[in-house]
Design a binder for this molecule. Structure first.
Ligand code: TMP
Ligand code: ASP
Length: 242
């Protein structure tokens, strides 16, 4: 990318900052921080290289998905912790796909952790930190005006496709893709996959041992979180952290 200049800070979230690109209204830079939070910001932490791992993993996976025909906001990885993306009008829904029972699914329904689903499940949370990102159904999302039926149909079809692609991608690398969260937004009227796909937003279990290699190590104080993130970087991209 030639002569990109970071402009104003547009937004700072719990794990990322979003910067304007000077003179370019169509793109923004997302900067991945080393900070981690869980349980709606109640638990906080930080570790070296977290931003680099998430940015590098997400950049790799967005490139991979683009090659498979998925439209994403990804343009380029600019540095270890910065990604150039198309500017989106975000649909304020977290789109969650699950292949096995874990996390809030286990808590809500009492299913045994690891239960394998015959079909992946699909659900939405309403992106509202002040409300704790509550589960929301389609008719409520439409009633609130956060998405249209067409948007939801497109998001669902893409999420199912992304799950098929990523499940196979991770199986080849000895990883079980348990569940993950996607976000979508519109760029010039086109729905694109946005945000990130990383150990922060997916559950990854080692296929042989069942070891958790994702943010659950931080959420539940399992230890070895830095090593788990470094291991996922290595499995996905082949890169070994210095
Ligand atoms: P859950 O089981 O806690 O509902 O999480 C489902 C998936 O979504 C899991 O892979 C972690 C991811 N996730 C996020 O990316 N952000 C969040 O704020 C939450 C709660 C979950
Ligand atoms: N990122 C979310 C938070 O800080 C929750 C999570 O990933 O568990 O609250």
């Amino acid at each position: 990318m030639a002569q990109l200049q970071k402009g104003k800070l547009l937004y700072e979230g719990k794990a990322k900052k979003v910067w304007e690109v000077a003179g370019d209204p169509d793109h923004v830079i997302q900067e991945f921080k080393n900070d981690a939070t869980a349980f709606n910001g109640e638990k906080r932490g930080s570790w070296e290289a977290k931003g680099t791992v998430n940015n590098t993993v997400a950049s790799f996976l967005f490139r991979y998905l683009e090659k498979q025909g998925i439209k994403t906001h990804f343009v380029d990885q600019l540095s270890p912790n910065e990604m150039l993306i198309k500017k989106l009008a975000i649909v304020p829904l977290e789109v969650i796909m699950r292949n096995r029972a874990a996390g809030s699914f286990v808590k809500r329904y009492g299913a045994p952790e690891g239960l394998v689903f015959s079909e992946p499940t699909f659900e939405f949370s309403y992106k509202r930190d002040d409300l704790g990102d509550p589960l929301i159904n389609e008719s409520h999302a439409i009633a609130l005006g956060v998405a249209t039926q067409e948007d939801i149909d497109e998001i669902r079809a893409t999420a199912i496709q992304v799950n098929q692609l990523l499940k196979a991608f991770f199986e080849e690398r000895g990883i079980t893709l348990v569940d993950f969260k996607l976000e979508f937004g519109k760029h010039k009227g086109t729905m694109l996959l946005g945000d990130e796909i990383s150990p922060d937003t997916c559950r990854f279990w080692d296929a042989a041992t069942g070891k958790k290699l994702d943010k659950d190590r931080f959420r539940f104080d399992l230890g070895g979180v830095e090593d788990a993130y470094a291991e996922m970087l290595r499995r996905i991209t082949g890169e070994v952290l210095a």
